[in-house]
Ligand binder design. Structure first.
Ligand SMILES: Nc1nc2c(ncn2[C@@H]2O[C@H](COP(=O)(O)OP(=O)(O)OP(=O)(O)O)[C@@H](O)[C@H]2O)c(=O)[nH]1
Ligand SMILES: [Ca+2]
Length: 495
């Protein structure tokens, strides 16, 4: 009896004491885990309207309210394409430009919670279409901007301006977008160059290895504690719609000189054999990008020949590769260092190359496939793609040939570094384009210096606490068995 009683008198209080400690620890940990659970995630929002030459898109971005300075936190929540053409097409009816935004802005009101409306910034940036309109008729471009500004101010958001952005901004913010989304900005790994092809201009932006010889092409950023020295250039008139106008006006000019027929026949190697359509001269000679003399005849017949190599030769004529005053140039006397690193090629670079399944493969195979595509008869092309809008369909041969010529003869990409170009539409959920970079910059969401190390995420915190708890329980069990054994040894010694 004594022996049994002696053992209990040691073990029971120790066991009770350890159990109480364990219970207290478990309760404290449970309270801490519950208290640290993030409250219902609070989001903030921003709206950017991309008023491009061909159309306007509204982008809605969202980010967790308490993490706005961390990289990669902003994502695209929604996008809406404004019906109709770009705002520059409203030069004769400026009020129509503001009114055209109605449906997409109503949609934005639905997508963003009402209590966030007053603090949600809304920006409109207009690109090459408006740059051209400003060159032609500054008053008309002011009226169009005033109309979209008035429209945007009538919504419950925080209006932050409607302006024509420069080509340099367009290039640089496109670069920031792709590198922010790829989470390249806080890592020592390289950055991604940005290639943007619009309807009226095209941009190239990258971190070069060489010195930048012209200061117009140089732009510096300090982001998250790193300095970036970027090369950027925007070629006005070298978007794919303006390039087509220039190329056709050149062919038309020579056809006009050679032919006495009425209407003139424009025999175009960049359109499919069997393509035959009546068009008006005014629809091509209506842009400050077209410098050729306008033919007297108003109508012409556009006839396709489907000859890829002739098409490339005619496109080459719109690039002037002489007259370089620097150590090296892309074209038209513009300084450009050798392309360096990987590039993301987006907007029309992607639409066109993706449609033709040309987003992978070598430069040689890409040319071969395109040659076969261009020589395919027009009725066959229409039969293969009954759903596709005919205007887009008829232009893919020209557009892809233009893209190859711009990249190879213009920017000096070669068969060796062709593989470094990635044709992309989105990175994650967000479209590649200048709008996200523009908003991040204007809302100061990319700090110049690296923010402090972010707190451990909640999931990590819970895992850490559970491991800590298991360790404590394991130690308590060890302590218990240690006491249990030493009690028994002591009892044996007594016996
Ligand atoms: N095939 C095809 N073409 C498209 C599509 N969306 C736009 N495009 C055309 O591609 C060209 C470039 O489009 P965007 O990148 O939107 O050009 P933009 O922003 O209006 O023009 P910029 O002001 O020069 O940047 C235009 O000729 C458009 O008509 C598409 O889904 N498929
Ligand atoms: Ca664009």
């Amino acid at each position: 009896m004594d022996e049994q009683g002696g053992k209990n008198s040691w073990n029971r209080p120790v066991a009770i004491f350890l159990a109480v400690i364990a219970a207290v620890i478990i309760i404290m940990v449970a309270i801490s885990v519950v208290q640290n659970k993030p409250l219902h995630q609070k989001y903030k929002y921003g709206i950017v309207l991309d008023a491009g030459s061909s159309h306007t898109s509204v982008f809605i971005y969202e980010w967790p309210a308490e993490k706005e300075n961390n990289t990669g936190m902003v994502r695209q929540k929604h996008t809406c394409n404004v019906k109709g053409k770009g705002i520059s097409s409203y030069s004769a009816n400026p009020q129509g430009a503001g009114a055209s935004l109605y449906e997409c802005m109503e949609e934005a009101k639905q997508k963003i919670p009402a209590h966030r409306h007053p603090e949600t910034p809304v920006y409109l940036g207009a690109t090459a279409g408006m740059r051209l309109l400003r060159m032609e008729d500054e008053k008309a471009s002011d009226k169009v901007l005033a109309s979209v500004a008035q429209s945007l101010k009538s919504y419950p958001f925080s209006y932050r301006g409607a302006r024509i952005i420069s080509g340099q901004e367009e290039g640089a913010f496109g670069w920031i977008t792709v590198n922010y989304l790829s989470e390249n900005l806080r890592k020592p790994t390289g950055t991604l160059g940005a290639l943007d092809l619009g309807g009226a201009s095209t941009q190239i932006t990258f971190v070069p290895q060489q010195n930048i010889e012209s200061k117009d092409n140089s732009i510096d950023f300090r982001l998250y504690g790193n300095d970036y020295h970027l090369y950027t250039h925007s070629f006005l008139c070298y978007g794919k719609d303006q390039a087509l106008k220039i190329s056709m006006s050149k062919i038309l000019e020579s056809a006009n000189e050679a032919s006495k027929t009425d209407p003139i026949e424009l025999r175009d190697p960049c359109f499919h054999p069997g393509y035959n359509d009546s068009k008006t001269v005014s629809s091509f000679f209506n842009s400050p990008c077209v410098k050729e003399a306008k033919p007297a005849n108003e109508n012409f017949v556009h006839v396709g020949l489907g000859n890829w190599s002739q098409c490339q030769q005619s496109i080459r004529k719109i690039f002037n590769t002489g007259n370089c005053l620097y150590t090296r140039c892309s074209f038209n006397g513009v300084f450009q260092p050798s392309v360096y690193g990987d590039f993301g090629a987006f907007s029309a670079f992607f639409f066109v190359m993706d449609f033709l399944n040309l987003t992978s493969g070598t430069l040689t195979t890409t040319k071969k496939k395109l040659e076969a595509y261009c020589s395919t008869p027009w009725d066959q092309i229409v039969k293969n793609h009954p759903q596709v809008y005919k205007k887009y369909l008829s232009e893919y041969c020209f557009s892809a040939t233009y893209i190859l010529t711009l990249l190879e003869d213009g920017y000096n990409f070669t068969s060796d570094n062709w593989k470094d170009i990635r044709f992309i539409k989105k990175i994650g959920d967000s479209d590649a384009g200048w709008t996200l970079g523009y908003m991040l910059n204007l809302t100061n969401m990319i700090p110049a210096e690296a923010p402090d190390t972010p707190l451990m995420p909640y999931e990590g915190y819970v895992t850490f606490i559970i491991l800590f708890l298991l360790l404590i329980l394991f130690l308590l069990v060890l302590v218990y068995f240690y006491f249990h054994r030493s009690t028994r040894t002591a009892q044996k010694d007594i016996i």
